[in-house]
Design a protein. Sequence first.
Length: 136
Amino acid sequence: MIKLIVGKKGTGKTKVLVDMVAKAANTSNGNVVCIEKEPKLTFDIPSSVRLMETCKDGITGYGEFYGYITGVLSGNFDITDLFIDSTLKIGGRDYEAFGAFLEKLNKAIGSRDVNVVFTVSAEAEELPASVKAYIG
């Protein structure tokens, strides 16, 4: 299941994400992973959560980002929760490409029992229907 937390910069999306990460870390029977562009959340999330930064791997654009996420999920079938902060900083502000990325990722996840949550710094009204379908 894919879920988006949307809102303009400074509206508390990351705080909501951090709270969700902490809750998942306390309740999950598997592994919890958090992906961010640059190291900002190191002291905000529990140490049991695997924290990854895309800047270390030079990830840019939704094609590379898709490969990165599916690689993480394929490398560990025990991941129950995957949280991604600053999505548009990683993939770009092309909302149509973002929508195509979400649809492709949703198909790749398929029947796996994994929750994937993204923060998106944009107003819901700006986003195309292909993206709005994932707002939770």
